[in-house]
Design a protein around this ligand. Structure first.
Ligand code: ADP
Ligand code: MG
Length: 322
C-alpha cells in the first residue's frame, strides 16, 4: 500500500529523518510513536507530498509521491499537525472548498460533505465560522477534511494534541470508527495513546526507526525479557560463580545489599524462561541462602523510554566528542 524506502531529510547539517524504511499494509491502525523532535511530522509531511525528501522515496500504491503526486495523493487524506483551516469560512464552506480541491464532482461534493459532517459530528456547527470554534471542533473539521474523497489511507499527525480528556476520548473513538473502512497512520508522543488505539507500532527516535511490530508482539516481546531480582547472603564473587552454572541468564547486574555480606543481583532472563527453581537449588547446594527473589516485567513504557533514552545518551556522547 505504502512503501517508504531509505527516506532521509536533512535541515542543514541536522538529520531530521535518518534512512527510514517501512511498509504500510491495508487495514491496520499504525502508530508512529516518538518524543518531540523525533521526526514524525517531517516523515508524514514527506509521505503526503508536502515536503521534499533529501534522499529516498515514498510509493503510494506504486506511485511515487514526488513524480506522480496526483495519482499518489488520491489514496491519502492528511490531517497535518496544524490543519490549514480558513478562519473566515464556515465549516460547510470550508469542507466544500476542500472537496473541490480534491477534485470531487459537484453533486458528489454535496453528498460527501454532508456525510463527513455527520460522520465526525459537526451538524451543530456546520454554519459557524471556523474562527469561532473550539480547538476540539477545529480538530474535527481537520479530520473531516482528511476523510473527504474517502481515501484508502488517512494520515493523522498528533490528532489529540491540545484537546481536553473528553474530546480525546471522542477523537479516539472516531479514529477507531474510521479504521473500519480505512488504513490509518497516526503519530503521537504518548505511548498510552498509541498502544490503546493502534495495532501496529513504529517507534521513532532521532529520525531512526528503533522498533516496529504489532502492539501485541511488542508487548509480549518486551514482557518476555523479564528480570529477576535476587538478594543473596553471599559476597559478589561467590554469587557470580554460582550463577555462571545456571542457564538462560542473559545478563547479571550486581550491587551490594543493604546488610553487610549480602549481594543484590538483577538477572535478565531469556524468553520468559522460569529459572526460579534452578536458582533455588544452585544456591542451596552451595549453602548460600536466597533472602528474597522477585520477578519484574518490563512494560512497553520501559522499552519506549529505554529506546528513546539510548539515543539521547549517544547524542550526549557525540557532543562530548566534539
Ligand atoms: P516531531 O514531529 O517528531 O516532533 P519534527 O519532524 O517536527 O519532529 O522535527 C524533527 C527535527 O527536525 C527536529 O529536531 C526539528 O527541530 C527539526 N526541524 C523540523 N522542521 C524544521 C525546519 N523547517 N527547519 C529546520 N529544522 C527543522
Ligand atoms: Mg510533530
Amino acid at each position: 500500500m505504502i512503501e517508504v524506502k531509505n527516506l532521509t531529510k536533512s535541515y542543514g547539517s541536522h538529520l531530521a529523518v535518518d534512512h527510514l524504511n517501512f511498509t504500510i499494509d491495508k487495514g491496520r491502525i499504525y502508530g508512529f510513536l516518538g518524543p518531540n523532535g523525533a521526526g514524525k511530522s517531517t516523515t508524514m509531511n514527506i509521505m503526503t507530498g508536502y515536503l521534499g525528501a533529501t534522499e529516498g522515496e515514498v510509493l503510494i500504491d506504486g506511485h511515487d509521491i514526488l513524480k506522480e503526486p496526483e495519482e499518489a495523493k488520491k489514496s491519502i487524506g492528511y490531517l497535518p499537525e496544524i490543519p490549514p483551516l480558513y478562519m473566515e469560512m464556515t465549516v460547510e464552506e470550508y469542507l466544500d472548498f476542500a472537496a473541490e480541491l480534491k477534485k470531487l464532482k459537484k453533486e458528489e461534493r454535496r453528498k460527501q460533505v454532508d456525510q463527513v459532517i455527520e460522520l465526525v459530528k459537526l451538524e451543530d456547527v456546520r454554519h459557524r465560522l471556523i474562527r469561532n470554534l473550539s480547538k476540539g471542533y477545529r480538530q474535527r473539521v481537520g479530520l473531516a477534511q482528511a476523510v473527504l474523497g474517502y481515501p484508502e489511507v488517512i494520515i493523522l499527525d498528533e490528532p489529540t494534541v491540545g484537546l481536553d480528556p473528553q474530546q480525546i476520548i471522542e477523537i479516539r473513538q472516531l479514529i477507531r470508527d474510521l479504521a473500519k473502512e480505512h488504513t490509518i497512520i497516526l503519530s503521537s508522543h504518548i505511548l498510552a495513546e498509541v498502544s490503546e488505539v493502534c495495532d501496529y507500532i513504529m517507534i521513532i527516535s532521532k529520525g531512526k526507526l528503533v522498533a516496529s511490530d504489532t502492539t501485541e508482539n511488542l508487548e509480549a516481546l518486551m514482557g518476555g525479557a523479564g528480570s529477576l531480582e535476587l538478594l543473596i547472603k553471599a559476597p559478589k564473587e561467590q554469587t557470580s560463580v554460582i550463577l555462571s552454572k545456571v542457564g538462560h541468564i542473559q545478563r547479571a547486574d550486581y550491587a551490594d545489599g543493604e546488610e553487610t555480606g549480602t549481594t543484590k543481583v538483577v538477572l535478565e532472563v531469556e524468553n520468559d524462561a522460569d529459572i526460579r527453581e534452578e536458582l533455588f537449588f544452585a544456591f542451596a547446594e552451595e549453602k548460600c541462602p536466597i533472602l528474597s527473589m522477585q520477578r519484574t516485567k518490563t512494560t512497553l513504557e520501559d522499552v519506549f523510554l529505554e529506546l528513546t533514552q539510548q539515543n539521547k545518551e549517544e547524542d550526549a556522547n557525540h557532543e562530548s566528542d566534539l
